[in-house]
Every structure is written in C-alpha cells, then in structure tokens.
Design a protein around this ligand. Structure first.
Ligand SMILES: Cc1cc2nc3c(=O)[nH]c(=O)nc-3n(C[C@H](O)[C@H](O)[C@H](O)COP(=O)(O)OP(=O)(O)OC[C@H]3O[C@@H](n4cnc5c(N)ncnc54)[C@H](O)[C@@H]3O)c2cc1C
Length: 291
C-alpha cells in the first residue's frame, strides 16, 4: 500500500497493528494497516483507495475477532477540530464526547451532560445514537456531513435516529462532522448533573476493567443485565472473559481474554437467557474482523 505514504505522514500509518491497542476491550487480532488521517482531505483521499476499508472511532463499542482485519482500518481520532458559535457546536467526528461535554460546560451550554462518561467519539455516537441518563445524541445533533466510499461528500439533517441506530447504521457512510444544537444553561447546574452521572457510573459500572460497555441491547420489556443476573450468570467466566459481578449487562476482559473467549461467552449468555426466559439477546457491540 505505497499510496498510503503519498497521503499521510508516516507516523500516522501503522502496518500489522494489533487492534487490541485500539479497542476498549483490549482484544482483537492484527489489522493489515491502521491509519489516522489528520484532516478531512486526508480522509477523503483514503476513501478513494481501492482497498477494503473499516472505520473506527475510539473502539469503545467494538469487538474485533482474533483473526484481525484485512485491508485498511481508518481511525477517526485525528479529525479532532471543533468550534462553538453561540449555542451551536460544530465538531469533527473524531472528537471525544467527554471533551465536547466538558467544552459545553465551560461555555455554560446544556444538552451534552449525558455524554460526559461515554468513552467514544462523536462519529461513533451519531452512528449508534449513543445515550445515557435520559439524554441522547438524537436530541442535540441537527446536521451531519458524511462521505461515501467513493469520497463524495453529503450533508443531511434527517438522521432517522432510533434505539442504537441512525440512517448511517449498516451503510457505507463515513461521518465527517456534525452540528450540535445546545442551549444556554447554568454552569453550576450543568456541572452538578455531570458529577452525578459520573458518580452513578463509577458506582454501577465496571469501568475499572476493559469492556465495550453494555454488551447487549435492551430487549423490549426487559433489562439485559437483570435477565443475565436472574439466569445466575453474574461472575461466569470463559477463559479471560467474564460477566461482570458489578453489572451483569457488561462482559469484561478480566485479564488475558481473547475475542474468541468473549464471543463464546456472548453465545453462552444468549443461549442460557433464551432457554430460561425465552428472550433473544442481541449484541449492542459491533463484531467485526476475521475469526
Ligand atoms: C465503560 C463504557 C461505558 C459506555 N457507556 C455507554 C453509554 O452510556 N451509552 C452508550 O450509548 N454507549 C456507551 N458505551 C459504548 C460506546 O462508548 C458508544 O457506543 C460510543 O458512541 C462508540 O463510539 P466509538 O467512537 O468508540 O465508536 P467505535 O466503537 O469505534 O465504533 C462503533 C461503530 O460506529 C462506527 N463508526 C465510528 N465512527 C464512525 C464515523 N466517523 N463514521 C462512520 N462510522 C463510524 C464503527 O464503524 C462501528 O460500527 C460505553 C462503552 C464503555 C467501554
């Protein structure tokens, strides 16, 4: 892939890169090439290359299989510019949600408090309609610029957000930038809300262990964590993968887990919950790569 060196500085090109370095599960095989474009122009030039491409943000909702990823993995975190214009925030897709939430607070803008503890990028949040504590991406994102795999750029205001989905889910769209409509608020109230959310997360979620957040979507009428707990699976382990004792909705890497361990545990949990309660658990995390 010599073309990569025409587009990017060589410090942003990583050959045979372990995906365990780029996922919050800290598992996953090797990517042939992982690249971190630093501008929209570099991103668009990469999209025009005729090779298989995979887009990732911070890898906080991803399970990459142990066989890794062929072709090019494009990580968006170099697209990290943002600006605030009155009550509007315009941010590139690779900016961390926690950064945007802090910036909003500093400007006494309300609307992003929910996002302060979500360890992903704006692009990942728009793709998945990330949500927490009654707030969701859908409530603040009003416009998005995206590119397709030919490198053509489009703008949309109709995001078709739903539970853990948007118009971009399952498509070849690469989110480049979004506009967020916030509102003037009170600094102390925003700060208090964010502290309360962080306190609740620390108390309830196993954030001290590698994971990808909630493993499963919320099944209609149930809570995944409660079903898993009621099936007696809290603390259940396969290899280094474990159902968290703190929150059964999280599968964690308890040390030395492979993605194969995590996949086997996901399957085991799905089978047990189906047998005991007749409920299908669908993974929320995106499973990609080769076995
Ligand atoms: C401890 C912990 C707590 C969490 N809590 C929450 C929570 O409260 N609420 C919640 O909703 N989620 C939560 N998550 C999950 C995760 O952080 C979010 O889903 C986040 O939005 C994913 O962003 P990311 O940048 O890490 O995306 P990635 O995991 O890198 O990617 C996720 C998907 O989005 C796609 N994608 C990413 N960026 C782009 C882009 N620019 N263009 C096109 N596609 C893109 C990827 O291809 C992939 O399909 C949590 C995760 C952890 C580890």
């Amino acid at each position: 892939m010599d073309e990569l060196y025409d587009i990017l500085a060589k410090e942003n090109i990583f050959a045979n890169e372990p995906m365990s370095k780029h996922t919050t599960f800290k598992t996953g095989g090797v990517a042939d090439f992982l690249v971190i474009p630093q501008s929209k122009e570099e991103m668009i030039a990469l999209l025009k290359l005729n090779v298989p491409k995979t887009i990732i943000g911070n890898g906080s909702n991803l399970l990459v299989k142990d066989g890794g990823i062929r072709g090019l993995v494009i990580k968006t975190t170099g697209l990290n510019h943002y600006q605030i214009q009155e009550e509007m925030m315009i941010a590139q897709s690779g900016v961390y949600l926690s950064k945007l939430a802090q910036e909003a607070k500093e400007h006494s803008l309300t609307g992003l408090e929910f996002a302060c503890g979500i360890p992903g990028t704006l692009g990942g949040a728009v793709m998945m309609n990330a949500s927490a504590y009654g707030g969701e991406t859908a409530n603040v994102v009003v416009e998005t610029e995206y590119a397709d795999f030919e490198g053509n750029v489009h703008r949309v205001t109709d995001h078709q957000f739903g539970y853990r989905r948007s118009r971009f889910t399952g498509s070849d769209a690469i989110i480049l930038e979004s506009k967020l409509q916030l509102a003037k608020g009170n600094y102390d109230e925003i700060d208090a809300k964010m502290q309360e959310f962080m306190k609740s997360r620390n108390a309830k979620q196993p954030i001290e262990k590698p994971s990808a957040g909630s493993t499963f979507k919320r099944p209609e009428g149930y809570f995944a964590g409660k079903l898993i707990e009621d099936a007696g699976l809290k603390g259940f382990k396969i290899g280094g993968a474990k159902v968290s004792e703190k929150h059964a909705g999280f599968i964690i890497n308890d040390g030395g887990a492979t993605s194969t361990d995590i996949l086997a545990l996901i399957q085991y949990v799905q089978d047990k919950v189906k047998n005991e309660f007749g409920v299908d658990l669908e993974p929320e995390i995106k499973i990609i790569g080769e076995s």
